[in-house]
Ligand binder design. Structure first.
Ligand code: ADP
Length: 407
């Protein structure tokens, strides 16, 4: 009996000790697991003696390894997504169900003029444009072109995100595209307008000749002269248009070498049709050279000297000045000059300060736009200033040739 009681007490005592030890180990495991949740890089101490507690801590460590590697992969993906989004020229904005910003890439930030990442800010508070509100509040995927305040004109596509509330906005800057469309439309309208008159004259003269005027020598002579002048005009317009389209397409091959300003200026002068007998003076130092395409520089100077003779007074002067790294070439005249509003626009295609005088002189309205294109293609600059006491100074600056050139 006594032996039985002692044995029972021993069993109870052993069980108590085991339970206490187990409890303490589990407590330590629970504490360590708590730290593991806070920091998955931590590891649980593995008990030296075997048993379920040791197995548990090993499994928890394996689980922690898994979580840590998944976290790293997620972080890597997030960084990759961030850099891809920031590398896009299109703007990307992700909104949550409350239309607060969840993600905003660099392009979108610039387009809406946001000072920072603006995470959790309301997009519609930030960009107060009614069309944008309508677009974002629409429950379907939709697209609209919206002028952003102090920003570009943007084509905005809204895609609802599936599986959770919110949406993604894709913004494309279409300002340049729309401007180009307008320029192209205006250009086509201008070309048609320019071609209409000579074509109409050619048709009318040909019809009159066919209707019987060919048998009247005086009449026929006048009509044929009209045919010839207008065919010439058409040819000039087409030649200028061809030059412009080749320049636009980058197909105007420039062979940049050191060229003598003086010899090109003299060559250009001989090509000018100086009907009014204007006195043209060339004052260019010998040996002064520019880095340019000789043919292009000749075309530029022919245009400018020709304009000086057409629109000027009695004299045209061609000067060149050495500016150390560049050469400034000036074509001055003593004509009526150009008002400031015209000076700002004469290099535009088809812009004429005095349309009737230009047409009378056989102008196409394209000469100066070709000059500007050519000068800029050779790394130079061009402009116009008023001459004193009267007339205009058309100037261009080109990189200087570092070696002396033979005249
Ligand atoms: P155009 O074929 O009409 O001469 P340009 O492009 O060469 O075309 O010149 C554009 C316009 O600039 C001309 O129509 C003329 O009104 C003005 N212009 C050009 N050069 C001069 C000048 N030296 N003096 C006054 N006006 C000028």
């Amino acid at each position: 009996m006594t032996f039985g009681l002692v044995a029972l007490a021993l069993v109870v005592a052993t069980a108590l000790v085991t339970a206490t030890v187990m409890n303490r180990r589990l407590r330590r495991l629970a504490d360590a697991s708590q730290q593991l949740v806070r920091d998955p890089k931590k590891r649980l101490p593995t008990a030296s003696v075997g048993g379920p507690a040791r197995d548990l801590s090993q499994w928890l460590n394996t689980l922690a390894d898994e979580v840590a590697s998944q976290r790293e992969a997620l972080q890597r993906e997030r960084t990759l997504l961030g850099s891809v989004a920031d590398g896009l020229t299109q703007g990307v904005i992700a909104l949550d169900g409350e239309r607060r910003i969840e993600m905003l890439n660099e392009a979108a930030r610039k387009m809406i003029g946001a000072p920072g990442t603006m995470i959790t800010e309301s997009l519609l508070e930030l960009v107060r444009v009614p069309e944008l509100r309508l677009l974002v509040e629409d429950s379907r995927d939709a697209t609209a072109e919206i002028q952003l305040p102090n920003g570009p004109r943007a084509l905005i596509r809204v895609a609802r995100t599936y599986g959770r509330p919110g949406c993604v906005l894709l913004l494309e800057d279409v300002t340049a595209m729309r401007r180009l469309e307008t320029v192209r439309r205006d250009f086509v309208a201008n070309v048609s307008h320019e071609l209409r008159t000579p074509v109409a004259v050619i048709r009318a003269n040909a019809e009159t000749l066919l209707a019987g005027a060919k048998d009247d020598p005086v009449m026929a002579g006048k009509l044929i002269d009209g045919l010839h002048r207008n065919a010439e005009r058409l040819a000039r317009i087409l030649a200028d248009l061809l030059d412009l389209s080749r320049l636009d397409a980058g197909q105007y091959r420039l062979d940049i070498t050191a060229v003598s300003v003086r010899s090109i200026a003299e060559q250009s002068l001989s090509a000018v049709d100086n009907k009014r007998g204007i006195a043209v003076e060339i004052d260019v130092p010998d040996g002064l050279g520019v880095r340019a395409d000789a043919k292009a520089l000749d075309q530029i100077l022919v245009n400018l000297i020709d304009n000086g003779c057409k629109y000027g007074g009695t004299h045209v002067w061609v000067h060149a000045t050495d500016l150390t790294d560049a050469v400034r070439i000036e074509i001055r005249d003593d004509g009526a000059g150009l008002a400031e509003k015209h000076r700002a626009r004469v290099f535009e295609r088809f812009y004429r300060a005095d349309p009737s005088r230009s047409r009378e002189a056989g102008g196409t309205g394209l000469g100066l736009s070709i000059v500007k294109h050519l000068v800029e293609s050779m790394g130079g600059a061009v402009g116009v200033e008023p001459n004193s006491p009267r007339g205009s100074i058309f100037w261009l600056q080109l990189p200087k040739a570092q070696t002396q050139v033979a005249a």
